[in-house]
Design a protein around this ligand. Structure first.
Ligand code: GLU
Length: 548
């Protein structure tokens, strides 16, 4: 067979040779020793999820820690799945979490010397390499129709053999030039297939940087590398792109492990070194005591939009992700509570292979710690920005009460046992909502031992003795006095000793005040909050509670 002739016949318009791409367009990168080149390669389907972020984090850390390159390549060969605006969403979502690309697709277009970074603009490149494979005798056109392939499948199932296009089943493997010419003259469509040299029994070994040494079955299928429209399949595009873009580490989900033999064969056929594969584990969730994969349908927290809409601080999500990415992270954090997250050395070896467990409660706990370290002014700015985007009506209020909101956010955060009340914007807003008359409502019930009548009496006493200039201890002494004058123990421990001698204790009285002023039974220090609110507001709230 004259493969050269066949290649010309199939690709008459491809005049470049692979050397041109290999050496002129995509030369080896000039990077420091050990620099890692990674890429995020999403399809522009409009849905960007936690799994993407998880993978992107690995990519970014590897590149950043080694002085390498992290790029964004858009895998848009499937035009049907393309959603307008997805690239912007990908870029802005990742940027929100402080993940920035050095190279690749951008909101305006693209940047870097290894483009185009949209696979749809690389058709000619793939075809040049496909043509090369034909010339080597390692790829051939297949004119089988869908129906014929279905027929083949049925027959294979009947004979109880592996299904697919391979070996003796590969009908068009050995077409003559004349037969090919004939099909082409009849305008028959063809896909281009790899002529696999693998066997059904064969295996090979490869090292995965996360999973260690793997022994996998060889690929023996003549898989499709170019579809009828000349556009490559994922397999071929992955191999050509990651080679030409000089990617050193391919970080991708474990769902690609099963097709790794195909990629290995393609790299081998083309005489290229395989990149270092890093197959990340699925994100799992605990449900009724069992682990299951996070699902787009069931778990809203899979979408990245979820975290932005609720207003999680990116630093909290980053901190949390590192705890699930590297098993030694938490220990490091305990030893280095004040260090920047960037000082932690992320490694592939410390990644989970059995499924990383995602736990929203844990994220919330981490968020509390992370927010505690962020100054109240910065939390305010973040809250304001979030409200501008997701809670317009609150944005105005936050703006006109800036000073007070910052104070509210600061209450109880100092000292040895600081309060950890703040988690994410939506929750923070609810948490401080009592401050605004627009949001204020009494959500908790008065303590059980205080009925309406009694409550009015106690609140009246509070209002009469209230002096806004009292310091904290003067203020509390007054509450004690009100308590004891009305039959409540001035100290909880006295009440505990002799519960029958009292109606309750000072804590019940102060809770009553707390609920009247803040609307809730749990809040930071009442005296401090009252100072922020101002006398007029405090008195008005008490009066309203008395008169309700
Ligand atoms: N486009 C593929 C995906 O979105 C990329 C896989 C890879 O990173 O190679 O899953």
């Amino acid at each position: 067979m004259d493969y050269k002739k066949l290649s010309e016949l199939l690709f008459p318009n491809i005049s470049k040779i692979i050397d041109y791409y290999e050496n002129e367009v995509y030369p080896e990168r000039d990077l420091p020793e050990g620099a890692k080149v990674t890429r995020l390669a999403p399809s522009p389907t409009g849905f960007i999820h936690l799994g993407n972020l998880y993978g992107a984090f690995v990519d970014e850390r590897l590149a950043r820690q080694s002085g390498g390159v992290f790029m964004l390549r858009i895998e848009d060969t499937d035009q049907k799945r393309k959603v307008e605006g997805s690239v912007e969403t990908i870029i802005s979502s990742l940027e929100f979490f402080d993940l920035r690309f050095d190279e690749g697709a951008t909101i305006e277009g693209e940047t870097g010397n290894y483009g185009p970074y949209y696979q749809s603009n690389r058709a000619e490149i793939y075809q040049c390499f496909a043509k090369h494979l034909v010339e080597m005798g390692r790829a051939y056109p297949c004119f089988c129709t869908e129906e014929e392939l279905e027929e083949l499948r049925k027959q294979q199932i009947e004979e109880n053999v592996n299904t697919g296009y391979y070996g003796k089943w590969a009908r068009d493997r050995n077409l003559t030039i004349e037969e090919v010419e004939n099909h082409l003259d009849n305008n028959k469509e063809f896909v281009l297939r790899l002529r696999s040299e693998g066997t059904e029994e064969g295996s090979f070994e490869i090292k995965d940087a996360i999973r260690g040494q793997l022994k996998l079955p060889e690929n023996f299928q003549d898989i499709v590398i170019l579809k009828t429209n000349g556009i490559p399949t994922y397999h071929f595009a992955h191999v050509v792109d990651d080679h030409l873009m000089r990617v050193t580490h391919v970080v991708r989900g474990e769902e690609w492990l099963s097709t790794l033999p195909i990629h290995y064969e393609l790299f081998t056929v083309l005489g290229w070194e395989t990149p270092i594969y890093c197959h990340t584990a699925h994100l799992m969730i605990m449900e009724n005591g069992a682990r299951r994969k996070l699902s787009k349908r069931k778990d809203p927290e899979l979408g990245l939009g979820y975290y932005r809409e609720l207003g999680y601080h990116p630093a909290a999500v980053r901190e949390y992700l590192l705890t699930i990415l590297n098993s030694n992270y938490e220990e490091w954090r305990m030893e280095n509570p004040e260090s920047s997250i960037d000082e932690f050395e992320f490694t592939l070896e410390k990644m989970s292979t059995s499924g990383a467990l995602f736990d929203l409660d844990k994220l919330n706990n981490i968020s509390k710690d992370v927010l505690l370290k962020i100054p109240a002014e910065e939390i305010y700015e973040f809250l304001q920005k979030w409200a501008n985007e997701y809670k317009k009506e609150a944005a105005e209020l936050l703006l006109s009460n800036k000073e007070q909101v910052i104070k509210l956010l600061s209450v109880g955060r100092e000292g040895r046992n600081p309060r950890k009340d703040l988690i994410y914007c939506q929750q923070i807003l609810e948490f401080i909502s009592y401050y605004f008359d627009e949001y204020f409502e009494i959500v908790d019930k008065y303590p059980e031992n205080i009925d309406e009548e009694e409550a009015k009496k106690l609140l009246n006493a509070y209002l009469t003795t209230y002096d806004h200039s009292d310091d904290q201890s003067q203020w509390f002494d007054k509450i004690r006095t009100i308590a004891s004058e009305n039959g409540y123990a001035a100290k909880p421990k006295d009440y505990k000793k002799n519960p029958d001698s009292y109606k309750g204790h000072v804590g019940h009285v102060s809770t009553l005040v707390r609920i009247a002023v803040m609307g809730r039974a749990v809040s930071p220090d009442v005296w401090e909050l009252q100072q922020i609110m101002g006398e007029e507001k405090v008195r008005r709230r008490i009066e309203n509670a008395i008169n309700k």
